[in-house]
Design a protein around this ligand. Structure first.
Ligand code: BGP
Length: 471
């Protein structure tokens, strides 16, 4: 068995990590306000309140990699690599600068018209994330962003504009990037500021609003164009038990349910019993409207997309404490795995395991919309000899193919994260590079923004040209 001829090979990005031009026809978003340095994590967690720029911080989203002005050149390079698909996200604040306007901002829409036009020129299918972590700051100020049910209408207003304007142009949509991230980095993922005493209840309530919004967006997308395919998106990676001790196995199941919870609702259409029991145990009371149940049930997603960077590891033995560094999902160090320069453990077989788990559970098409290695690169004589990245891609493409060819997982495509170097979501650094295309820019925002092909550019080109036969 070979990879399907329609397999969507390509790359993935997000608006706030590439576009820049933050002040051109655009309002302020949560994701603009995440500086580099020590305040970043407290801000991302919604604990340090930071709703305006100041002079003490450096805000990398202001410039991104200036895709706003380089998109033609970048898309040309993607086409040269043979991309079948390119994932990008819409900056909400380009379309509705405060989120409260009645009419969309024509200048913002025009930018995406141009980008889609450019992609079509090369037969590259756009895969559009409606919300990749961003939310207008004005909505955080007005009613606390996703804490409030009012956010659903603001989001649907955006969806209606997008589904109508891009009917027949965009077919693949993702409602929320890594929806489970709301529990870990609420300001980053949902513009949420936590007040004293606020915790899980507020976060699950906000998650409920996103889940309802996602179901309503799915309904709307199907009504506007039955050709539309709507996906949910999980920051995936199975959790392993540290030992065969059943207590560890049970802990690993519970850890995975934290993420599955979201996809269970979006794909099966109802709150799973383990979550209802957990809410009961913890005294979490959610405001769920009567009609929400039917909405969730009747509007499940068409496919399940995922990011995969690593597996996770858990133990109930308190003496095992060695954790990985630099990871949003801090996890125990797995002695069988190597790690990247940022401490993210590298587990290619974990991708096959994760794909199989998700497919067994949901029996819907899967779509890998993020995978890749963040590493330091050195530009020498106009290129980067990134054999380490090629090795990472090779290993992961291998296990992905095994999941498809040997296990029969229904997989729509593979999009390499940060196919062009971009700003890191977790650290804000530029030096954490994922791309097959190098961008001359450093962590302080200095550089020419010039693009260079790395060695992995030609590698990935041959993978795509052979539809995954040569990898
Ligand atoms: C995911 C996000 C991306 C991306 C990626 C890599 O969580 O959806 O936006 O950035 O992780 O993470 P990082 O940039 O922190 O290396």
């Amino acid at each position: 068995m070979k990879m399907n001829d329609n397999f969507l090979w390509g790359g993935a990005t997000a608006a706030n990590q590439i576009e820049g031009a933050y002040d051109l026809h655009r309002g302020l978003a949560n994701v603009d306000l995440q500086p580099t340095g020590k305040d970043r994590f407290p801000i991302c967690k919604g604990v340090l309140h930071h709703l305006a720029f100041d002079d003490q911080h450096n805000y990398p989203a202001k410039h991104g990699i200036d895709f706003y002005h380089h998109y033609k050149e970048d898309i040309k390079l993607f086409a040269e690599m043979g991309f079948k698909a390119f994932r990008l996200s819409i900056a909400w604040t380009r379309i509705f600068p405060t989120g409260l306007e009645e009419e969309p901002n024509e200048d913002g829409l025009k930018f995406y018209d141009d980008v889609f036009h450019e992609l079509k020129k090369y037969d590259i299918e756009p895969v559009v994330t409606i919300c990749h972590f961003d939310a207008p700051v004005a909505l955080t100020k007005a009613f606390g962003s996703w804490k409030s049910r009012q956010m659903i209408d603001c989001y649907l207003k955006l969806c209606k504009v997008l589904f109508t304007r891009y009917k027949g142009i965009v077919k693949y949509w993702i409602t929320f990037n890594e929806i489970n991230m709301i529990l870990h980095l609420p300001f980053t993922a949902a513009g949420i500021i936590l007040e004293e005493g606020e915790g899980e209840e507020v976060l699950y309530q906000a998650a409920h609003h996103e889940l309802v919004a996602s179901a309503l967006a799915t309904k709307m997308a199907h009504e506007i164009d039955p050709e539309n395919k709507i996906g949910c998106m999980l920051a995936a990676g199975n959790t392993y038990p540290y030992t065969p001790d059943p207590k560890d196995v049970w802990a690993s199941i519970q850890a995975d349910r934290e993420g599955y919870f979201f996809i269970d609702v979006q794909s099966r259409g109802y709150y799973p019993s383990y979550a209802l029991k957990m809410f009961e145990r913890k005294g979490i009371h959610l405001d769920i409207h009567e009609e929400d149940h039917d909405l969730l049930k009747e509007n499940t997603v068409d496919y399940i997309s995922l990011s995969y960077y690593s597996s996770r590891l858990t133990s109930t033995n308190k003496t095992i404490t060695q954790k990985t560094d630099g990871n949003v999902f801090a996890t125990l160090r797995n002695p069988y795995l190597k790690a990247s320069q940022w401490g993210w453990q590298i587990d290619p077989l974990g991708l096959r395991i994760t794909l199989n788990s998700l497919y067994d559970r949901y029996q819907k098409p899967l779509f890998i919309v993020e995978n890749g290695l963040g590493a330091k690169d050195e530009l020498v004589n106009g290129t980067v000899e990134d054999d380490y990245r090629i090795a990472y891609l090779h290993e992961h493409i291998k296990t992905m193919k095994e999941a498809v060819e040997e296990d029969g997982v229904d997989l729509m495509g593979y999009l390499a994260w940060g196919c062009i170097d971009l700003i890191s979501a977790s650290t804000g650094e530029m030096s954490k590079r994922y791309g097959m295309i190098y961008v001359d820019l450093d962590d302080e925002g200095h550089g020419t923004y010039q693009r260079y092909k790395k060695k992995s550019f030609d590698y990935y080109k041959q993978v795509i040209a052979s539809n995954g036969e040569v990898y």
